[in-house]
Design a protein around this ligand. Structure first.
Ligand SMILES: Cc1ncc(COP(=O)(O)O)c(C=O)c1O
Length: 363
């Protein structure tokens, strides 16, 4: 039975990457050691992390005045690290269009009780269960604010921001965890981008931060581990980094490059997600909770049947047929197909066949 992994993260990785890692597992590059056994100060690992950075810079066309960091602690640590480094004594705006954006805002509010800065909720679609991206009024943005925080792709609710909001000259900071390398963004439009690796980049444990030089902090913050400048000056080697995860990330970057880069990935992702959206749209059995088509994510596609019981039946039957992890997040229910870069088009075609059959049998 073919297994298709629809997980929202950790998620499916490219098979050629896993095969290469397997082949190199016991003896990396004639070192007689596994990558896991290499010192992070060794020549071999230095080449790996430098190559990973070079490839990511190339794939995302990252300008020279941005630093690329490989950190730990997941995207969730960035919810605090960001205001700690960037927002002292200033306002920080949040656009809350999904549960993860809400978490980022909530963490900022919590931190503002001990660090002087002012998190401001600029826009939210919480009252309609995040079924759309809320409009932003740039007139409300104080031009001296530290940043405007957005989530480019709402993993749980299946919406995305493709056209960046007007922010009155204030830098945009983005949680790009679930669509980094899946669609093209212009890095120069952001002050800072961060992403957990476990969707489009590699295993959990690596967090990518891309930060513009002039935003690096010039005074000591609470802890060296949480200081972007210290991490940047140390080339992400302030402490022992997640070496194996960075190695897999490097292999994934090579794979994306081989397939034609981010633009090629976006084209494939639009095709894959388009097949599923088109099918849902023509069906009067399935429906999408996302209100406006322009807000649709190409990475995470939630959908429901006419009832919760049928949703549960769908998930059970799908699972038995090898369509794994297709159950929607507990906060929204239904189903969610996460179609990250490594998810094969054939998996979508096979899913559509199953969806048709399930509809016929349960209509
Ligand atoms: C958009 C988004 N932000 C943040 C997170 C949290 O990431 P982490 O588990 O790496 O802290 C996730 C996890 O799925 C996510 O999808």
């Amino acid at each position: 039975m073919t297994i298709y992994n629809f997980s929202a993260g950790p998620a499916v990785l490219p098979k050629p990457v896993l095969e290469k890692a397997q082949a190199e597992f016991l003896d990396y590059n004639h070192s007689g050691m596994s990558v896991m056994e290499l010192s992070h100060r060794s020549k071999e690992f230095d080449d790996i992390i430098k190559d990973a950075e070079k490839l990511l810079r190339e794939l995302m066309a990252i300008p020279d005045n941005y630093k690329v960091l490989f950190l730990q602690g997941g995207a969730s640590t960035q919810f605090s690290m960001l205001p700690l480094n960037l927002a002292k004594g200033r306002k920080a705006y949040y656009v809350v269009a999904g549960s993860w954006g809400k978490k980022a805002y909530t963490e900022a509010v919590k931190l503002s009780k001990t660090i002087p800065f002012e998190p401001v909720l600029l826009a939210s679609s919480e009252d309609t269960v995040y079924d759309h991206i809320p409009e932003i009024d740039s007139q409300q943005i104080d031009k001296d604010a530290a940043y405007v925080h957005i989530t480019t792709n709402n993993t749980i609710e299946g919406t995305a921001i493709y056209d960046l909001p007007e922010t009155n000259g204030v830098p945009i900071v983005a949680d790009m965890s679930s669509n980094i390398l899946a669609v093209r963004y212009n890095v120069a439009d952001f002050g800072l981008i961060y992403a957990g690796a476990q969707k489009n980049i590699g295993p959990a444990g690596v967090t990518i931060v891309i930060v513009r030089d002039d935003l690096l902090n010039d005074e000591p913050v609470l802890s060296s581990m949480l200081d972007y400048r210290i991490q940047a000056d140390a080339g992400s080697l302030y402490n022992t980094p997640p070496t194996y995860g960075i190695y897999i990330a490097k292999l994934v970057f090579e794979w994306v490059k081989e397939l034609g880069g981010v633009d090629a990935m976006e084209k494939i992702n639009r095709e894959k997600s388009g097949l599923l959206y088109d099918f849902i749209e023509q069906s009067d059995f399935y429906s999408s909770p996302v209100k406006t088509p322009k807000d649709r994510s190409v990475a995470n596609i939630p959908f429901v049947t006419p009832s919760k019981d049928l949703d549960a039946e769908f998930v059970a039957q799908a699972d038995a047929l090898g369509f794994k992890n297709i159950k929607g997040h507990r906060s929204v229910g239904g189903m969610r197909a996460s179609l990250y870069n490594a998810f094969p088009c054939q998996g979508v075609l096979d899913l559509l066949e199953f969806m048709k059959k399930f509809e016929e049998e349960n209509k």
